[in-house]
Design a binder for this molecule. Structure first.
Ligand code: ASP
Ligand code: MG
Length: 408
């Protein structure tokens, strides 16, 4: 007998029929003798609908009140699931984040979990009940409702699994696991049976939308055994996120290819090549609360240099405005931006022990005539910025070049 936390995403609870399906699946696991804690998202589309309502009232909705509103989506699904469970003879009880007491800080719309009170849940599990918890929400020390950021139910699931020392945290979604890349771009993409935690962290931060990145960080910190599965298939082991590399199977050097269409490139041309220039450019950008991703500074020539970096597409206009404001101070010749770019990244712990990965990547892109605008690397990933029109082509040829269509 095990203690399992099961998190079901928005599409898995998108209709009352689907919620009844979730109830049947929970009942099946319960019948196998396991203790089950279920974490739910709102019905798919519901959180967007609620945000839309809020924006009809205020262009920039008050964060505290926005949390009051958007947290209701999950409150509906937990109640419905408990009814569905009771209807098939399973005793269950629902809890909002505040009722569990998922204590967070007060950063509305992006709160962080600080403590979880497990007493109520444990008592209910001992009494044989299924515990159903609203994802995405908590309560701050003053009793205000908070939410954990979009996709935050994943983090609730992992955090509950950590607090309860669950044997496994299962994330049920509309895909049956983590793929080598997005199957909508590369139909030959293969489901991975395992992926290391480090790789998953990179994939999540590089644009693979299977798990909220914070949930992966949480799983790493607390050693939570995490599995991604389909809620629409009866069988299947999904993808297990492991903490050690499985050395019993020969795996390709690269585990996956992630991509992101949501970045824009900023160029600052002809800035003086002297100490402090990176700080003078990026300091004001950071002060404006804009996230900077890739950064490149060229080797200077004739006393000046060029400086480029990427920001979220939605922040490009604001970034340029900030830089134009400080341009005379910095002494750059021009500030420009390009939002027709994409970032493509290859990820794999195998890179540590193999040479030639970067050259394979660059040769493959060169053979297709794809120009690389920026490059950044870490120990287990290489990212390139390309013209966005090459995204599909680049992902497809790289997928093939690294043998990912042959992964099992
Ligand atoms: N319902 C929230 C959202 O749509 C949280 C979640 O589903 O994980 O972002
Ligand atoms: Mg999600």
């Amino acid at each position: 007998m095990a203690l399992i936390v099961q998190k079901y995403g928005g599409t898995s609870v998108g209709t009352t029929d689907r919620i009844k399906n979730v109830a049947r699946r929970v009942a099946k696991h319960k019948a196998q003798g396991h203790d089950i804690v279920v974490v739910l998202s709102a019905m798919s589309g519901e959180t967007n609908r609620l945000i839309g309502l809020a924006k009809e009232m205020q262009v920039n909705p008050d964060p505290r009140e926005l949390d009051v509103i958007v947290s209701t989506g999950e409150q509906v699904t937990i109640g419905l699931l408990v009814m569905a469970l009771k209807d098939i003879g399973i005793d269950a009880i629902s809890y909002t984040g505040a009722q569990v007491k998922i204590l967070t800080d007060s950063a509305h719309t992006k709160a962080r979990i600080q403590h979880i009170d497990d007493a109520n849940m444990r008592a209910d599990l001992s009494a044989g009940k299924v515990v159903v918890v609203a994802g995405f929400q908590g309560v701050d020390p003053d009793g205000n409702i908070t939410t954990l950021g979009r996709g935050g139910s994943d983090t609730t699931g992992v955090a509950l699994a950590a607090a309860l020392k669950a044997d496994e945290c299962q994330i049920y979604t509309d895909v049956d696991g983590v793929y080598t890349t997005d199957p909508r771009v590369v139909p030959e993409a293969k489901k991975l049976t395992t992926i290391t935690f480090e790789e998953m962290l990179e994939m999540a931060s590089l644009g693979s939308k299977v798990l909220q990145i914070r949930s992966v960080e949480f799983a790493g910190k607390y050693n939570v055994k995490l599995r991604v599965l389909s809620s629409f298939q009866e069988e299947g082991e999904g993808t297990l996120i492991t903490f050690e590399e499985d050395s019993t199977v020969e795996k390709p050097v690269i585990s996956g290819i992630a991509f992101n269409r949501d970045e824009a490139r900023v160029n600052v041309i002809g800035v003086p090549d002297k100490p402090g220039i990176a700080y003078q450019i990026l300091g004001p950008v950071a002060d404006a609360n804009i996230d900077v991703d890739m950064i490149i500074q060229n080797v200077g020539q004739d006393g000046t240099t060029d400086f480029s970096f990427t920001v979220p597409k939605g922040e490009l206009a604001r970034t340029i405005k900030v830089l134009e404001g400080v341009q005379s101070h910095i002494g750059g010749q021009s500030v420009s931006g390009d939002d027709k770019i994409c970032k493509v990244s290859i990820v794999g712990v195998g890179m540590r022990s193999h040479v030639g990965v970067a050259s394979t990547m660059f040769r493959t892109l060169a053979e297709e005539g794809i120009n690389i605008q920026m490059i950044s690397t870490s120990e287990i990933k290489i990212s390139v910025v390309l013209d966005e029109k090459y995204l599909e082509l680049a992902v497809r040829v790289l997928h093939k070049a690294f043998g990912l269509d042959r992964t099992v």
